[in-house]
Design a protein around this ligand. Structure first.
Ligand code: SF4
Length: 719
């Protein structure tokens, strides 16, 4: 505390996946002063407006400070403050008795990319190794799972090949489905600065909306929502026909080109036809294809516009295919780059945060991997098959198959698709436990037990950014009220359930176990070879953990014995498939599952605004951030507004087959005719219920399980 007052504490921003370093200094009056950390490689002292306003979000107003339980008094139920012992006993007893009666798959955890790696690790260990079910999924399912699945198909594991510096070294940066200027502002600033010094560097933005990111673009391709596979299959075919393939690389390091090319050429060999499918100007499309063919150093960075789709995994692979064909991977200034949305979506993936993964990038459906993790944990009851993915999980709760759920650091009543279904599911669920920092949220209203968690600035641990950089989040504030760290709460419940293996007293001990597991049987005679390896970071005591500098995994030991990170993967042309080769994936273009029709004629696109984060439980506290966009809105083309009888500034009802909401009509968001855009942030705690999740169709990608947030047929009418 004293150090934090005098010199500031170096920590990491809790918002987007850029993972900027922050210096937080607690003033004498308790105010928290925020500055960028000049020594952090991700941001070199810069912060965006959200990061800069962090000091305004750490007050205790609205905080959940004590455990609460639903208690019956005189026939009426109400939430009442209880002791930690009573709350933990209730959770442990509730989970244990449901498992005994109905089996391990009758309980579930639903966690979050906001958690620290240590929290995530313990949650996965408890569910997958001790309770014996893989029914633990994360809100990262909603944003990153298509990228994960695409990486696994192409590379053999969920591996991000590039680093931020590659965006600066590239001669062509392609941003697909990413409003980087608003959603990853510091990355965008890095691109903008380089473009200023190297104006010949080209930026192409592929996005149905003309977003703020397009202001810097040399070319904007406003493709039809969901048509990305047509566009990149067309590019693959173009590159093959225009002699842009790296035949040596393809021969030595890949498999599957013939099938991928055949699929691409079936629909996408003709540029005019592709332009028509994507609703693009053929000349613009040709320009993009020619630039891609002509520039060796290309980074194709993609985000939720690619992932959040019923064909999200194919979209990812159609992009990766183009980089494999040209051999543009594993070298400076080139590669496909998945930009993660959340601060620790990557860390969650490292510990097996998704229902189909195991810790340390191992696979749940691989018996050898299961055995490895079970032996390491000495786990009594390993999950034997993948668990329920987010959307399926809440449907299983409504159907009564899952009877207890513990929701940690996320607000699914606002953020999941078909969010009214989530309300119905939680209302029926026998036991709903919620760990949160905020007392009143749309999800907490359904809780039987509320557990107060430590928030940013109070808790200690690690996060991993989009470029595989592990950074410390460090505490500089005392835990308020009775709040505890999430990993600690999970351990205390596990111990009450009678499980050994949860005897941790500090975050560094959890991190050490995580690091040791990544090295366990890695590369030995057991036949496993995993690129995720933190062996160099194992054995850190408290002081070394406190001093840990940001570092990109995998960690390698140099000839002089120094431990150092790795900027880019696959430099040796070796991938993680058993034969060491990457895979082309044959991708067949598919339109979004639900087409618009006369009843629901407009396509709903959802996303972030610049100055808010998720469901606003933190950023909503900052008056400065609220100034940018004070309320929810529906952005639509003026012609469409005229057609559907609404005007700019008036309230309109937006409805789909799944639900409805009310928002104010606005123009000017760069939206094409036939589409509307509604932000994801506003929730049911606002004056009107502005949960756009209630409208979103629950269709998911068949491979990744990621929902189709970027396309739901809707109507807009006068309210
Ligand atoms: Fe935080 Fe992302 Fe802004 Fe960096 S760019 S300060 S990580 S919100």
């Amino acid at each position: 505390q004293l150090a934090a007052r005098q010199h500031g504490t170096l920590t990491t921003c809790p918002y987007c996946g850029v993972g900027c370093g922050v210096r937080a200094t607690v003033g004498g009056d308790g105010q928290v002063d925020i500055a960028g950390d000049e020594s952090h490689a991700s941001n070199a002292g810069r912060l965006c407006v959200k990061g800069s306003a962090l000091g305004e979000t750490v007050d205790l107003e609205g905080r959940l400070l004590h455990p609460q339980m639903l208690v019956e008094n005189d026939g009426r139920q109400s939430m009442q403050r209880v002791s930690w012992d009573a709350a933990l006993d209730k959770v442990a007893h509730g989970f244990r008795s449901i498992v005994e009666q109905h089996g391990p798959d009758a309980v579930a955890l639903y966690v979050s990319g906001q958690l620290l790696t240590e929290d995530y690790y313990i949650a996965n260990k408890l569910m997958k190794g001790y309770i014996g079910s893989a029914n633990i999924d994360t809100n990262s399912r909603l944003c990153m799972s298509s990228a994960v699945a695409g990486h696994k198909r192409a590379f053999g594991a969920d591996l991000v090949p590039v680093c931020y510096e590659d965006l600066e070294l590239a001669d062509l940066v392609v941003l697909v489905g990413s409003n980087t200027a608003w959603c990853h502002p510091i990355l965008f600033q890095r691109i903008a600065r380089i473009k200023e010094t190297r104006p010949q560097m080209k930026l192409v933005v592929i996005d149905p909306r003309r977003t703020a990111t397009c202001e810097l673009a040399d070319l904007h391709l406003p493709l039809k929502a969901g048509s990305d596979v047509w566009l990149f299959n067309g590019l693959l075919s173009f590159l093959a026909r225009h002699d842009a393939a790296d035949a040596g690389f393809v021969e030595a390091h890949t498999n599957g080109l013939a099938a991928a090319l055949e699929a691409a050429e079936a629909d996408c060999a003709d540029l005019a036809a592709v332009a028509k499918s994507c609703k693009l100007d053929p000349q613009d499309l040709l320009t993009f294809y020619e630039w891609f063919a002509a520039n060796e150093k290309v980074v194709t960075a993609f985000s939720q516009g690619v992932n959040q789709s019923s064909s999200g995994t194919d979209k990812v692979n159609s992009i990766i295919n183009c980089h494999l064909l040209t051999g543009r991977i594993g070298k400076e200034g080139m590669g496909p780059f998945s930009i993660t949305g959340q601060p620790n979506a990557m860390g969650g993936r490292e510990v097996g945060g998704l229902a189909n993964m195991l810790a340390a990038h191992m696979e749940l459906d691989n018996p050898r991997h299961r055995q490895t993790v079970q032996d390491f944990w000495q786990a009594p009851r390993m999950a034997e098959r993948p668990g329920l993915k987010a959307v399926d999980l809440f449907q299983a709760i409504e159907a009564g198959r899952v009877k207890a759920v513990w929701i940690i650091a996320t607000n699914p009543v606002v953020s999941l698709p078909d969010a009214d279904q989530v309300q119905r599911a939680l209302a029926k669920c026998e036991l709903v436990v919620v760990s949160d920092i905020i007392e009143k949220t749309d999800t907490n209203a359904f809780a039987h037990v509320l557990l107060p968690a430590m928030g940013w600035g109070e808790k200690d641990g690690t996060v991993t950014s989009s470029e595989r950089r592990i950074s410390r989040q460090r505490a500089f504030l005392p835990a308020p009220g009775e709040a505890r760290a999430d990993w600690q709460i999970l351990c205390q419940v596990a111990q009450r359930m009678g499980y050994a293996g949860f005897d941790f007293s500090a975050a560094h001990q959890v991190f050490d176990e995580h690091a040791r597991l990544s090295a366990f049987r890695n590369g030995d005679a057991f036949g496993l070879r995993r690129m995720f390896n933190l062996a160099g970071l194992s054995g850190l005591g408290q002081a070394a953990f406190d001093a840990l500098q940001p570092v990109q995994w995998p960690i390698v030991t140099t000839a002089s014995g120094e431990k150092q990170g790795t900027a880019r993967l696959f430099a040796d042309g070796r991938f993680a498939h058993a034969d060491g080769k990457a895979r082309f994936v044959a991708t067949v273009p598919r339109a979004p599952r639900h087409a618009t029709d006369s009843e629901y004629p407009l396509s709903l696109n959802t996303g972030r605004v610049r100055d808010q984060w998720h469901t606003m439980t933190r950023t909503g506290k900052s008056p400065k951030l609220a100034d940018h966009v004070p309320e929810s809105f529906v952005d639509m083309h003026p012609q469409d507004a005229l057609l559907y009888g609404v005007r700019e500034g008036m309230l309109a009802r937006v409805a789909s087959r799944w639900g409805s909401m009310v928002a104010r009509v606005q123009h000017g968001g760069g939206i094409a005719r036939g589409s509307i855009f509604v932000p994801i942030h506003w929730n049911g705690q606002s004056a009107s219920d502005a949960r756009v999740g209630a409208l979103v169709n629950p269709v998911v990608d068949p491979v990744s399980g990621e929902p189709e947030f970027k396309h739901t047929p809707v109507l807009v009418e006068e309210f």
